[in-house]
Design a protein around this ligand. Structure first.
Ligand SMILES: Cc1cc2nc3c(=O)[nH]c(=O)nc-3n(C[C@H](O)[C@H](O)[C@H](O)COP(=O)(O)OP(=O)(O)OC[C@H]3O[C@@H](n4cnc5c(N)ncnc54)[C@H](O)[C@@H]3O)c2cc1C
Length: 291
């Protein structure tokens, strides 16, 4: 099923993001988590796409297994990094053969040690080019990334928004946002998106902070600002992992409740491959239109 069809039903969508584990042994626990998360009846799982060979193959394998063995709708992430058009074409064929109809088209980050992403020879330099390519290769449903506080390389919010519009004009069906901890930043972004004439659905990315170091890493990789209350609390709890996780979940519940009140079209939860925290978030929420 193409995810874009869900938005016609005007019911809040629910989706969970998972990633291929770096350590082989963790694959089993990922599948266990997916099996558990399935009982929350998400509309789809999204599977991230790694920076290098091994995890890329694993992304495709996981996406295919979630679709065909777990019977769940899947959105496979795909990036332009170090791939020629022919290679990307091969991946699209593989995804289609696995019955996967939904793709999150991304530029990707520069490989470790490189400051800027170098366009692969015979490949693409920006996500809008990948969107156009995927469109030309068949009837996929395509999502793209949006940045409430601006992409880290963007010279300005206006420029970043123009680039988001390029992706939508190239054929993207909906947008999933980068994580954010300040809902007002998301609402301001949603207003700018609307004013720019972008009319596709926009799903907020909900990221529960489960440990202090992870939060610092995420902030350094994104432009997400951290509200004073969250920063102070996390600082105070940094040596108490259980309390950090408990507060992180509480904070995510508060964010999600406020997002629902403000009529977002769905919640895309960064699961970090763990079912427990996601259950604890979802059980606190009243999800309109969902059982
Ligand atoms: C929901 C979500 C999921 C993600 N999943 C993954 C994943 O699975 N694997 C992974 O490696 N990374 C993933 N990322 C990270 C993403 O790859 C990085 O943020 C990357 O740096 C940008 O990707 P993009 O698709 O947004 O790029 P683009 O939209 O191409 O934008 C990149 C930068 O270039 C600018 N720009 C865009 N188009 C143009 C243009 N035509 N001309 C000039 N400038 C332009 C933009 O303003 C921006 O600053 C994800 C991000 C999000 C928000």
């Amino acid at each position: 099923m193409k995810i874009r069809e869900l938005f016609r039903q005007e019911v809040l969508t629910l989706s969970f993001e998972v990633f291929p584990p770096v350590r082989e042994g963790n694959l089993e626990s990922l599948y266990r988590a997916i099996g558990e998360l399935k009982s929350l009846k998400p509309d789809f799982f999204s599977v991230t796409y790694g920076a290098g060979g091994g995890t890329r193959d694993m992304s495709l394998e996981i996406a295919s297994k979630v679709k065909n063995e777990y019977g769940q709708e899947v959105m496979a992430h795909l990036t332009c990094v170090q791939s020629t058009k022919d290679e990307l074409s091969g991946i699209l064929d593989e995804l289609r053969d696995s019955g996967i109809e939904n793709i999150l088209a991304l530029r990707g980050d520069p490989p470790l040690g490189q400051e800027k992403l170098v366009r692969a020879e015979g490949g693409f330099g920006y996500a809008n080019e990948l969107v156009e390519f995927i469109r030309s290769r068949g009837d996929f449903c395509i999502a793209v990334a949006g940045y409430p506080e601006g992409h880290i390389e963007a010279p300005s919010l206006e420029e970043d928004l123009r680039n988001l519009k390029r992706k939508v004009d190239a054929g993207a069906d909906f947008i999933i946002s980068q994580m954010f901890f300040d809902n007002d930043a998301f609402y301001r972004f949603r207003d700018r998106v609307w004013k720019a004439g972008i009319r596709v659905p926009l799903l907020p990315g909900v990221f529960p902070v489960l440990n202090y170091k992870q939060m610092l890493r995420c902030i350094s990789l994104s432009n997400a600002s951290v509200p004073k209350n969250l920063a102070e609390k996390m600082d105070k709890l940094q040596d108490k992992p259980e309390e950090t996780e408990k507060y992180g979940i509480e904070y995510a519940v508060g964010q999600a409740e406020d997002l629902i009140r403000n009529e977002v079209q769905g919640l895309h939860v960064y699961s970090m491959n763990r079912s427990g925290p996601v259950f604890r978030i979802i059980e606190h929420l009243d999800l309109p239109g969902r059982e």
